[in-house]
Each structure stands twice: as structure tokens, then as C-alpha cells.
Design a protein around this ligand. Structure first.
Ligand SMILES: Nc1ncnc2c1ncn2[C@@H]1O[C@H](COP(=O)(O)OP(=O)(O)O)[C@@H](O)[C@H]1O
Ligand SMILES: [Mg+2]
Length: 337
């Protein structure tokens, strides 16, 4: 199994004179599901278009399965694409939508039938063969789009925000479905999302991107527990990020004594890592919302706003009242400047 199944070397991608992605270097392992994660505009789609052959690189090299495909046309790269919009043919049945690419290849009818039926079974759409896309739910249409790509047996499947048009529940369902299909077929998948929970749930590895560059690359567990920068920490849900000076936290609003020497120039806490109802500091409750297993508070503090989660079995503190809190060393993520 190649750990350079897809390999991007010094890949620079531009629109006119604007460089969207400068010198991207990334190796993708055969059979892995890798997620490109990052805010809107960070270059995820641009990178995917280059891998697919829809955007010619300004410089650099793209290899797939050992071959240099930098100048290979899109239809010769063995790449499948699934987008947010399903781009299905509305006048064709589900079966014919999936069979479409196979028919272009002029395969014998029996093979087309067998591959199409297998593809529809893989995504759980057996029985839907005669439906038109307009007679199917959003989730079913997205699965159809997935089947249409899978039957072409691509070396790599690129998925660009494929779940963002689905409602929250379907999104979760399709997330599991995608993971299952990937494990069943063993196909290498590059999955683009701006949703960190989606990337954490799905990916074998996450590439966190910022301004066209890789900010951090690691397993979901690594990015979740050990974000390497304030940007990564912020993206991974450390909503309280402050600079340190000696044993103080400082912000534009003020400062707060930590009670211990700060180990790094920046410290970050998840809302769940802030202690509430106990501790040396006082904050005023600006907002309070029930979140099932916990209560989410927004506190006004000398540092500005602090987001803190309290266990649901502690008494609710009314808006405007003061509440004690602590920013414990134990739950702090120390970050270099
Ligand atoms: N067709 C285009 N022409 C000019 N600039 C573009 C074009 N498409 C994207 N960009 C720019 O390239 C950068 C990366 O965009 P994109 O790859 O679409 O980001 P993402 O998919 O991460 O949201 C952005 O600054 C965006 O404005
Ligand atoms: Mg995009």
C-alpha cells in the first residue's frame, strides 16, 4: 500500500496573478480518507480542482498511483468527483444516472447492468432504479451521485463539501454511510469540509488549511487534543484563547492573574475546560443556554467574554448575576506565539 498514492509537490495554484495555493506539499496514503479542513476561501476547492485536472497548476507536480499526471487531462486521471450539488440528470432514472459513465465507455449491456446494480447496492439504493432524481430525497440523491462515481472505479474519489446541502440529521446519516462505503470499497477519498466535527468524525487524517497552506496535519485525535497553533486551537473548539505575560492572562480588555506561571505565550481552553461555580475569578452571566448534557454560559470577565460549560446538575445562575470561575492549568492547551 503506497503512502504516496496521491502526491502533491510544491503545488502552486493561481487565478490570474492571484496565488490561491502557494507551494502545497501533501502525500495521501492509498485507501485512506483524508479531510481537507479549513475556513471558506482557504483553498480547499482549488486544491481539489487541481488534483482532478480541472485547474492547471502554475508550478509543481501532481502524482497519482506512481504516475506524474500534472499535465494529464481530467478524464484520463482516474478521478471521481462528488460535489455539494449532485449534478444528476433530472430526466434519467436513478439507474441510468448511475449507468451513464459506463455507457460512455461502451461496455456490454450485461456488465453495465451488473456494475450499476452493485453500485446502487453499495450506497443502499437497491429498489430505487426507476425513480427520477426529483422523486428522491436529498440524502438519496447524494447517495446516487456517490454511486455514479463509484461505478467508474476511480483510483481516487474527491468529495467537495458533499454533505452541506443536507439537513443536520441526514448529514450524520450520510457521514456514517460514506465512512462505511470507504471502508467497504477501500477507495482513497479526499473529503473537503469546513465543518470540524465532520472532519473529526470521518477522516483517517485531517489537513487543516489556512490561506492556501497546511496549518497542521494529523489524526483527528491529534488535532483535537494537540492543536499546534492559535488558529488550529480556535478551529478545534478552544473558544477561550488568551496571551500570557508572566503569570497573567492578557487581552485587549484587561488582565487576569492565573495563579501559576504561564508555560507558553498563549493558553487556550475549551468551554468544557473552564471551571464554573468555583474558582478565584468572578464573571457576570451574559448568556446561558441549555445544551442537553451541560449548560453553556457566556461570562463577562476582565479579559472580555469567557465561554464556559457547566454540568447540568448545578443550579442555573440567572442572567446578570456573578458566578465564580477558574481557568485551570490542567485543562489549558499551551501554544507557542
Ligand atoms: N474562479 C476564481 N477566480 C479567482 N479567484 C478565485 C476563484 N475561485 C476561488 N478563488 C479564490 O481562491 C481562494 C481559494 O478559494 P477556494 O479554493 O474556493 O476556497 P475554499 O474551497 O477553501 O472555500 C479564495 O481566495 C478565492 O477567493
Ligand atoms: Mg470550496
Amino acid at each position: 500500500m503506497s503512502d504516496r498514492f496521491v502526491s502533491l509537490t510544491d503545488l502552486t495554484l493561481s487565478y490570474g496573478s492571484t496565488i490561491a495555493v502557494p507551494k502545497l506539499n501533501l502525500d495521501i496514503t492509498e485507501g485512506e480518507l483524508i479531510a481537507l479542513l479549513g475556513p471558506s476561501g482557504c483553498g480547499k476547492t482549488t486544491s481539489m480542482r487541481a488534483i482532478a485536472g480541472l485547474l492547471a497548476p502554475t508550478s509543481g507536480r501532481i502524482e497519482i498511483d506512481g504516475a506524474d499526471v500534472t499535465r494529464t487531462p481530467a478524464n484520463k486521471r482516474g478521478i471521481g468527483l462528488v460535489f455539494q450539488s449532485y449534478a444528476l440528470f433530472p430526466h434519467l432514472s436513478a439507474f441510468e444516472n448511475v449507468a451513464f459513465g459506463l455507457r460512455l465507455q461502451k461496455l456490454p449491456e450485461a456488465q453495465i447492468r451488473a456494475k450499476t446494480e452493485a453500485g446502487m447496492a453499495t450506497v443502499g439504493l437497491t429498489g430505487f432504479e426507476t425513480r427520477k432524481p426529483g422523486e428522491m430525497s436529498g440524502g438519496q440523491q447524494q447517495r446516487l451521485a456517490l454511486a455514479r462515481s463509484l461505478v467508474m472505479e476511480p483510483k481516487v474519489l474527491l468529495l467537495d463539501e458533499p454533505l452541506s446541502n443536507l439537513d443536520a440529521r441526514l448529514r450524520l446519516e450520510m457521514r456514517n454511510e460514506l465512512q462505511r462505503v470507504q471502508k467497504d470499497t477501500g477507495i482513497t477519498m479526499v473529503f473537503v469540509t469546513h465543518d470540524q466535527s465532520e472532519a473529526l468524525a470521518l477522516a483517517d487524517r485531517i489537513v487543516l488549511m489556512k490561506d492556501g497552506q497546511i496549518e497542521q496535519l494529523g489524526t483527528p485525535a491529534q488535532l483535537y487534543a494537540e492543536p499546534a497553533s492559535a488558529f488550529a486551537a480556535d478551529f478545534m473548539g478552544f473558544e477561550n484563547i488568551f496571551r500570557t505575560e508572566g503569570s497573567d492572562l492578557v487581552s485587549d480588555s484587561g488582565r487576569l492573574p492565573l495563579g501559576y506561571a504561564a508555560p507558553e505565550p498563549i493558553l487556550a481552553w475549551r468551554p468544557g475546560g473552564v471551571a464554573v461555580g468555583t474558582g478565584p475569578h468572578q464573571g457576570r452571566v451574559l448568556a446561558s443556554s441549555f445544551a442537553g448534557g451541560h449548560r453553556e454560559y457566556v461570562l463577562d470577565s476582565p479579559l472580555g467574554q469567557i465561554k464556559a460549560d457547566a454540568p447540568i446538575d448545578t443550579p442555573e445562575v440567572p442572567l446578570g448575576d456573578m458566578i465564580a470561575f477558574d481557568l485551570p492549568r490542567a485543562t489549558a492547551r499551551p501554544l507557542a506565539a
